[in-house]
Design a protein. Structure first.
Length: 117
């Protein structure tokens, strides 16, 4: 099988993750993370909706990584994001990171808000 490196054209991919951290664009971020095409930073988790809502108009969907296992984020968070016109896809953080990277490489308007594994 032939492997091809994915070009991100200046975007911010997730390089890796581990217990309690994410590596994004060669920077380690401890705890939960919010990643967009332009930047990555710590995120306060489900109670920190404001930075996600600020992405309205800039992203079409936010992938919410729920940690090691798929879980339901609080309904109030999902409802607020959907009211702001932001699609929400929930999955375990490893799957959310991979999905974010694939769609990012396609030039899609995506973001990732993930809890650590």
């Amino acid at each position: 099988m032939q492997m091809h490196e994915i070009p991100f054209d200046g975007a911010t991919p997730v390089d890796g993750y581990g217990p309690g951290f994410f590596r994004v664009a060669q920077q380690v971020i401890e705890g939960a993370v919010l990643v967009t095409v332009a930047s990555a930073r710590s995120w306060g988790g489900y109670d920190d909706a404001d930075p996600l809502l600020a992405l309205a108009g800039d992203v079409d969907v936010i992938f919410i990584g729920t940690g090691a296992e798929t879980a339901h984020p609080p309904a109030h968070l999902r409802d607020r994001l959907q009211e702001a016109g932001i699609g929400v896809e929930t999955m375990a953080s490893p799957a959310a990171c991979r999905t974010y990277n694939v769609l990012l490489s396609e030039g899609r308007r995506v973001a990732l808000a993930a809890l650590p594994v």
